[in-house]
Design a protein. Sequence first.
Lengths: 111, 127
Amino acid sequence: MAQTIDLCDEYGIIYEAIAVLPNNELKLCFLEALAELESRECHRTRQFPKTRLHRVTGVKLAIYRADIDKISGWRIHVQYINKQIHLKDIIEGRRHDDVLNVIKSKKSRYE
Amino acid sequence: MDVLIESTQKFEDDIDRLSAIDKATVIQSINDCVAQVTAQNIDTSTDMYQLLLRSLPDEYISSLYVLRVTQEIRIVLAIDEDPIFDRIIWTLFRVTDPSREHMAYEEIAEALYKELAPRSPRAFVTA
């Protein structure tokens, strides 16, 4: 079985990332993030320690946020379609809006 | 699919300000909804509705809803299918009253959707 799942870049996000990421360290982080996103093992275990892959809230389309670098806040948006990861956007770090801060998480029932 | 219920600081602050009876009613209402409502039948629910949004880019459909708990209590929440993690996420944002539900809804939408505004034209694939 292949070690990776398909990673698609029809919008040129890799090209854009190399242009906009301000230093080589972040470019390396971006490469590491891509490697994690296409790792079949990460998808099997649902563990994404580097990218902290998380569903973007509030839209019906299944878009996910993946960290490039936690400190700077640079991240990418990806879409999951037919077991493929499609790169959608690269976003510069900014202060996370307080209204979105999740502080509590429960399975199945709110308590 | 598993269900994950997440709540924000503002939601927890809002619910803590309620009376014990109202708080219990809100909790029961949330849990009843989680048990009955799915991403497929949500649009036919009589207790859940959406408000018009100015802040959402055209290519998206909002998953923000208002849950009518009582005549005086509303919850603003989002319901999102999460196929990578095989679950549905309910995110509880605010508890409010009917006179302030629009303001709360719009404030949340603005915060959620500001980083979705495209910087260059891109088409999103719909499954």
